[in-house]
Design a protein around this ligand. Structure first.
Ligand code: NAD
Length: 265
């Protein structure tokens, strides 16, 4: 069975690198027209657009800070102006500003919550408003699909990263609440929780000796790649996942299986 997003329009935030980039490229390859959102890397975003268009797809790059209400408004308006509608929104942009909780500045707490949680709320609200305004389209069974990029740290506490873990725990209940609120209108809201995926956000933890320590936490025995997450996102956005509502798809090589307990019995 071939997964197709033909005729659909997707916005992917934070799409100039890592997981967002892979999701944008995979959705483009599956036939969606893609708005490639970036905050600070225009050349990298142009490369993503080129990859999609060189393969016969359609895409454009657009700058927006997801924590800025007006910029999110402009991102959605420009996408609708270019492509006429929006069917899929992947709220992926995220960041870390790590330190012990006792040492954490209020600024670093707020920055991460602003981008990772409030940024996803602003995208979600804009998506729901747009799905309602445009009404049913014949390209998908759902009125619209929202995918929140969460993390295994929506459930695994993470010392030294209290702002990040709090933001992802918040994303989980935001996603479930939105799903409960809007499923009756035909809007499917779900999340993906990646485990350790090698990208810019965790360069230090996924190289050399640190990578060996990390592998002990991954029963499947390899660090993930962005494509692992992109494959899940394409499926989740497609009609093959039409009955999947309000859940987190964990893509983590088994990291959430408490591997420390192996052999302790
Ligand atoms: P990354 O650093 O490559 O990507 C994050 C992207 O978000 C970057 O392109 C960055 O420019 C963008 N971004 C940051 N702040 C922004 C803002 N204010 N407005 C718009 N864009 C902004 O890292 P990644 O691993 O690809 O992370 C993508 C998502 O996946 C994040 O939400 C992250 O929390 C989540 N995640 C990653 C992992 C992992 O192991 N890599 C694991 C779990 C969850």
């Amino acid at each position: 069975m071939k997964i197709s997003l033909e005729g659909q329009v997707a916005i992917v935030t934070g799409a100039s690198s890592g997981i967002g980039r892979a999701v944008a490229e995979a959705m483009g390859a599956a036939g969606a027209k893609v708005a490639v959102n970036y905050r600070s890397q225009p050349e990298a975003a142009d490369e993503v657009v080129a990859t999609i268009t060189n393969a016969g797809g359609e895409a454009f790059a657009i700058k927006a800070d997801v924590s800025d209400e007006a910029e999110i408004g402009a991102l959605f308006a420009e996408t609708v102006w270019r492509y006429g509608a929006i069917d899929i929104v992947v709220a992926n942009a995220g960041m870390q500003k790590d330190s012990g909780a006792a040492e954490m500045t209020l600024d670093d707490w707020r920055k991460v919550i602003d981008v990772n949680l409030t940024g996803q709320f602003l995208c979600a609200r804009a998506a729901i408003r747009q799905f309602r305004a445009q009404g049913r389209r014949d390209v998908s069974k759902a009125l619209g699909k929202l995918i929140c990029m969460s993390s295994v740290h929506e459930v695994i506490p993470w010392a030294g990263h209290v702002n990040y873990a709090a933001s992802k725990g918040g994303v989980m209940l935001m996603m479930k609440t939105l799903a409960q609120e809007y499923a009756q209108e035909g809007i499917r809201v779900n999340a993906i929780a990646p485990g350790a995926i090698r990208t810019a956000i965790n360069e230090q933890e996924t190289q050399g000796e640190a990578a060996k320590a990390l592998l002990k936490l991954i029963p499947y025995g390899r660090i993930g790649v962005a494509k692992d997450v992109a494959n899940a996102a394409v499926w989740l956005a497609s009609d093959l996942a039409d009955y999947v509502v309000g859940t987190t798809i964990t893509v983590d090589g088994g990291m959430t299986l408490y591997p420390e307990f192996r052999g302790n019995g």
